[in-house]
Design a protein around this ligand. Structure first.
Ligand SMILES: [Zn+2]
Length: 327
């Protein structure tokens, strides 16, 4: 993982400003922490709707840095590299990469604008409120290699866990839009459940973690995932996981034993279990009386009910059940 703390903080803070300011013309300051810069979103007096995001030096320099310059710096620091997409295994060929600022993709920093990727992002942004997209700072599309079946993935590119890449198989996205919808929300859950401000303490080492260490950090007591684990997972089983690594063999076994999972993939780890059921909840997939408690879990949170309503409003309620199922 790379560190470019100043730049990462800058792009993350722009996102914070964006969701705090609503119409984008208020001046909202983000409290600086340590040596990180303060970012302000200022209205431009010379043009009605123009919004200029600037980064001001904490040291009192006060010199504004336009968003474009921050993105150029990120690119120069290696943050728009197709190797981050293609190097993760059997994925395929990257078609486009775009930085995302305030939930809006910037023009491609690699490849060419790809309509298929645009459509996928638009749907995700229609279902998920901006604050859920804040930590996705880089978007990529790829055409899958022969026999490869990764529909999408997310990965944190910085040590602080606040700069995520979301990569989407644009060919599969076109061929199976329902599966794409489910996959995007599944992946999104992997991002918001690792939010370093509320969900995950990245500085806590595995030995010092009293909840569950997922390899990137230690879940907070009140995190969605820890609440999920304490309710639905046996502590003895949780102890068998090695820093968040999925356990496909254990998943098969748990599924065969008739556990309440969407399938063996969901049973392969508590994170995948959460992600699968979350996607099913958002799109109101019918499990015919199974998974009642797990589906109801999400209904306990206003924020998740609202995401489900947004999906319904754009006609995505009641997607067919294509989960593999157990038993
Ligand atoms: Zn997953």
């Amino acid at each position: 993982m790379r560190t470019a703390g100043f730049l990462i903080a800058a792009i993350a803070a722009i996102a914070v400003v964006g969701c705090a300011s609503g119409d984008g013309v208020e001046s909202v300051g983000v409290a600086p922490s340590g040596t990180l810069p303060a970012v302000t979103n200022e209205s431009d007096d010379t043009a009605d709707d123009a919004t200029v995001a600037t980064v001001e030096s904490d040291a009192g320099g006060g010199e504004g840095v336009p968003v474009d310059d921050i993105l150029a710096e990120l690119e120069a620091n290696g943050f728009c590299d197709p190797a981050d997409v293609e190097g993760t295994g059997d994925v395929g060929t990257t078609t486009a990469m775009q930085f995302v600022v305030d939930a809006v993709p910037a023009p491609p920093c690699f490849g060419d604008r790809d309509d298929r990727l645009d459509r996928a992002w638009s749907e995700l942004a229609a279902v998920a409120p901006t604050e859920y997209l804040d930590d996705i700072s880089l978007l990529a599309g790829y055409e899958a290699c022969e026999g490869c079946d990764t529909l999408a993935f997310v990965s944190a590119l910085d040590e602080a866990g606040s700069f995520f890449l979301m990569a989407i198989d644009v060919t599969a996205a076109q061929d199976d839009p329902d599966e794409l919808s489910l996959t995007l929300l599944h992946e999104l859950s992997h991002v918001f459940t690792q939010d370093p401000t509320t969900q995950l303490e990245v500085e806590v080492a595995p030995d010092a973690c009293e909840t569950y260490h997922n390899g990137n950090g230690c879940l907070t007591d009140s995190s969605y995932l820890w609440t999920w684990m304490t309710r639905f997972w046996d502590p003895a089983v949780l102890d068998t996981f090695d820093e968040g690594e999925a356990d496909p063999d254990g998943g098969e076994e748990r599924c065969e034993l008739g556990g309440e999972y969407t399938g063996s993939y969901g049973a392969s780890s508590p994170e995948e279990d959460f992600a699968e059921v979350f996607a099913a909840y958002v799109f109101d997939v019918d499990f015919g009386g199974d998974l009642v408690d797990k589906l109801a879990f999400f209904g306990e949170f206003d924020e998740f009910r609202s995401i489900r309503e947004r999906a319904g409003e754009i006609g995505l309620a009641g997607l067919p059940n294509t989960f593999e199922r157990c038993g």
